[in-house]
Every structure is written in C-alpha cells, then in structure tokens.
Design a protein around this ligand. Structure first.
Ligand code: NAD
Length: 505
C-alpha cells in the first residue's frame, strides 16, 4: 500500500505530469487509526490552482468528527501507549516516519504542488527535506533533554520535570502545508502527546497522506489524527473543545486572536500562535555586495509566490542608493517569472486560490491609488492556462503608512521605502503591528549589531535573508504571535512543568 510512487525523481514537466496521472489521491480523514469520511458525509472539492482541475473530494469534517477524534486521542493518551513510551522508543518511531517521508518525497512534493501551486522543484528540494528534517532533528533531541533539580536545603529534593500536556490540536495554513505541520507535530509527538492535525481547507492533501506514513512508521491508533475541513467548522470545534489541552496554530493574526477567545470561552487550553508578518529588509548604502542583497531581496518577496509569513515585503533602502538598488531588484526579479509549477525550471508558481489572487490584485490597485509608483509587474498573467498567476510586483516611493506597507498582502508585492539615517530606518522597521522577522545589510559591524538589537522581531538576519535551521527558535514579537517553533524551545509548548518536592525524614 505504501510503495513509493516513483523509483527516480522526474526531470521534466511531462515526467511529472505522467507521475501525476498515476496518483491515487486520498481525501478521507484519518481518525483512530483508519481513513474515513466525515461523520455527516459532507465533502468539499480540492481544486488545483495550476489549471482549475478538481483533484479529489475531501472529507469536510465538523464538530462530530472533532468529538470522535478528541475522544480517541484522549483515550490513547491516557492508555500510555505513546505518552509513556521511553523517549528513545518514540524517537525510533519518529525517525522511521522521517525516513518514510523522504522515501515518498516525489509523491508528497507532487501533492503539494498540485494542491497549492508552488513550483515542483521547491516542493521537492525545500518542503519535503525540511519536513523530514524537522521530524528527524526533533526525534534526535528528545532523548537528550533532562529535567532539573531545584537548589534545596540538605534534607529536601525538588524535582522539576516536564510532562506531555495531553491532546494537542494543530491548525495550520496552506503556504507550506507540510513544513508548518511538521514544526507542530514533531515536538508534540516527541514529547508524548496525542496530536490532531487540521490542515487548511486550501491544501489538505499532504497532511492526509502523512497519516498513512505515520501509521506505517508505528505511531499507534489515536495518537495522530488528521481532520480536513474548514476553519469555522472543524477548526472552531477543536478550539472550543473541552478535552483539547493545547491549541497550536500557524495562520493569520485575525484568526489567531479568535482562537484566544475560543480558549477563554472553553477550558483555557494553552494557545500558541504563529501569525502574520510585514517584515522589514533594511539595506544600508555600505552593504557589502549590493547585487547579492538585491538578489536576496527579490527572492524574499518572490519565493513561494510571496506567500511566506517572513516575506521581506517592506524593503527599506538608504536613499543615496535607492535608484540603483531598485534597478538591481527589477533585474533580479527576471529570474522569478511565473511558469507552469510542474516545470522543474519554474521558480514562481500559481497563487493558491481565486480569493488570494483577488486579494493580491486588489492590493496592487490600492498601491497605485495611494500614490506609490509601480516600477515592476502588477499584472495577472497566463490566464489562458486556467491557472492563477501574477507577476512579481515592485512599488517604489512607498510611505510606511500606506496600506501596502502596513497590511500583510501575502503575495509577491514589494514596497520600497527610502530612509536617510539609521534611527529613521529602525523607527520605520518597528512601526508595524507585526514583529516576525527582519534583515539588515551593512558592512559596518556597529550598525549591524545596533540595528539587530533595536529591531522588535523574533528573527533578525544580518547580510542575508531568511537564514536559520531547526537549531534556532522561530516565532514572533507583537501580533506575529507567541511561543516558538523549532529547536528545543518548541518543547515548552507541548509540556507542563511539574515541581515534585520531597522532604526527607
Ligand atoms: P488563516 O488564518 O486564514 O487560516 C489558517 C488555519 O486556520 C486554516 O487551517 C484555517 O482553516 C483555520 N481557521 C480559519 N478560521 C478558523 C476559526 N474560526 N477557527 C479555527 N480555525 C480556523 O491563514 P492562511 O490564509 O491559511 O495562511 C496565511 C497566514 O498564515 C498569513 O497571515 C501568514 O503570515 C501566516 N503564516 C504565519 C507563519 C508563522 O510562522 N508566523 C507561517 C506561515 C504562515
């Protein structure tokens, strides 16, 4: 049943299309160790943004399925079948899970691309390995973390230990469906919890497929569940559920705020949020290599069609080099022309759905009406394919108070803002409700560190954009969220601290 779909990775569009023809797409939920349709029989269509083709009928889960899933998850947790396994045994199962993800990499990449439109070369070279790495790294770490002993008087022992929180619901977005899921499920499972994953209704296919691989790896029934469906139905039901102990989320700031309300209205479940961003990418005139800075600034807004929470969507450029730098960016964006996502040479794919495309086109109109100057792109293209494509777009002469500079667009639309002094750059960069990421380009070590310290952001990159690894925590200041994914800090979300105090007779 779980044989890899291909023996070698396709190298042309037609090979990928042929492989797509061999796919059998699973659309059912995975509850208590079995694929099944939603209890009320509802479905919705998964439609590919590449050509408008219907890919599969997907189970549209709701509160009835959430109840079944939570009951199974809770009873698996209480049975100890996973929660009480030695960490080394959970590690072994998760390592097998990571191996299976790699072995099925072509199929998973294909599902991701067909479902949400990203280029197949990125799905294969970024999404699949990053997902496997998140699971593998976390599995490797789990039998190397220790508890603590409190500094006590001689006749006492104070043990500080971590225990799994219980039933974890993970609600994730569509831009990196597998990676975002792996950042939650890896630490949640490694620490012994039962996990219910709710993928976005716009990209459920890989999450559903992962359930079968998790089962094959040896994750017991009820410990890992996948509930596809809409946010306002099954997502809300999970967030309000009295037996969900912890809710972890990646998505928009508005939904994140709603989830905090749901937690308050129900059982005060722990809520951990990774939300939106409007990240500043600050280029000083003394940046060591302006061409490299421009290439990375282009990638920071065009990679994954700009549908990236850390997209460098506000480009702050020192005015003395602004004209030259905008020219370099427009040149660099030539390597980011949209194309067919199954063409291995494509770097910029389709926008996830019509609503998101409309949102991007609307913002391009708003930028023009706000008086910013459109210097690159701005058009929907390739409409004849039936797909949803837009040109990477650059606005120069943007003021930070314009909507295109203050609101998250979540598409390939760059706002260039000029500055004259370091203090001005810092003030503009921090003038945002968000604080997810930021970058600074300068050859001056004092400027680099002063700016990095002053930036109110969870990740700061110096002389590059979007660095990091599983070894470093990821998350936001301000309305970009709370808590951190990745690294051993992620374990904080999925464990309760217990203080056990013993007084010796
Ligand atoms: P979204 O907030 O619309 O949806 C995210 C998830 O929440 C989906 O699964 C959706 O079904 C669910 N949801 C929606 N309404 C809900 C409700 N009332 N109750 C429960 N669940 C509900 O976000 P999106 O459009 O899928 O993703 C884009 C957003 O995600 C952007 O704002 C982006 O910045 C953010 N994002 C953040 C990070 C990060 O790590 N900070 C990473 C990727 C994406």
């Amino acid at each position: 049943m779980n044989q890899p779909l291909s023996s070698s990775t396709p190298s042309s569009t037609s090979d990928w299309q042929a492989l797509a023809g061999k796919l059998t797409i699973e659309g059912r939920a995975y509850i208590n160790g079995a694929y099944q349709w939603a209890a009320r029989g509802e479905t919705f269509a998964s439609v590919s943004p590449i050509d408008g083709r219907e890919l599969a009928a997907i189970a549209s889960c709701d509160d009835a399925d959430a109840d079944l899933a939570v009951e199974a998850a809770k009873s698996a947790f209480e049975s100890g079948v996973w929660s009480q396994l030695p960490p080394g045994k959970r590690k072994a199962v998760l390592l097998r899970f990571a191996d299976l993800i790699q072995a099925h990499g072509d199929e998973l990449a294909l599902l991701e691309t067909l479902d949400m439109g990203k280029p197949i070369s990125h799905a294969r070279s970024v999404d699949v390995p990053a997902t496997a790495r998140a699971i593998r790294w976390t599995a490797e770490a789990i039998d190397k973390v220790y508890g603590e002993l409190a500094p006590t008087p001689h006749n006492q022992i104070g043990m500080i230990s971590r225990e799994p929180v219980g039933v974890v619901a993970a609600i994730v977005p569509w831009n990196f469906p597998m990676i975002m899921a792996s950042w939650k499920i890896a630490p949640a499972l490694a620490t012994g919890n039962s996990v219910i994953l709710k993928p976005s209704e716009k990209s459920p296919l890989t999450a559903i497929r992962l359930a079968a691989l998790a089962e094959e790896a040896g994750i017991p029934s009820g410990v890992f569940t996948v509930l596809p469906g809409y946010g306002h139905t099954v997502g809300k039901a999970l967030a309000l559920h009295m037996d969900v102990d912890c809710l972890v989320f990646t998505g928009s700031t508005n939904v994140a705020k709603q989830l905090m309300i749901y937690a308050g209205q129900s059982n005060m479940k722990r809520v951990w949020l990774e939300a939106g961003g409007k990240s500043p990418n600050i280029v000083f005139a003394d940046a060591p290599d302006l061409k490299k800075a421009a290439a990375e600034a282009a990638s920071a807004i065009a990679f994954n069609q700009g549908e990236v929470c850390t997209a460098g969507s506000r480009l702050l450029v020192e005015n003395s080099i602004r004209g030259e730098f905008v020219g370099l960016i427009c040149e660099a964006l030539k390597t980011w022309r949209p194309g067919h996502p199954l063409d291995p040479a494509t770097t910029c794919g389709a926008i996830v759905d019509q609503a998101q495309l409309d949102r991007i086109i609307d913002y391009i109109g708003i930028g023009q009406s706000e008086g910013a100057s459109l210097v690159e792109g701005g058009q929907r293209i390739m409409e004849e394919t039936g797909g949803l494509f837009v040109q990477p777009t650059v606005f120069d002469g943007v003021n930070n108070r314009m909507r295109i500079a203050s609101e998250e667009i979540f598409g390939p639309v760059l706002s260039v803002i000029g500055f004259d002094t370091m203090d001005e750059a810092i003030a503009i960069a921090n003038d945002s409700i968000y604080g997810l990421a930021a970058a600074v380009w300068t050859a001056n070590i004092n400027t680099a560190h002063k700016v990095a310290k002053a930036l109110r952001a969870g990740s700061v990159w110096i002389n590059h954009y979007d660095g990091g690894d599983m070894t470093a925590p990821f998350g936001g200041f301000k309305q970009s969220g709370n808590g951190r994914d990745k690294s051993v800090h992620a374990f904080d979300k999925y464990t309760e601290l217990k203080a056990t105090w013993l007084v010796l007779e």
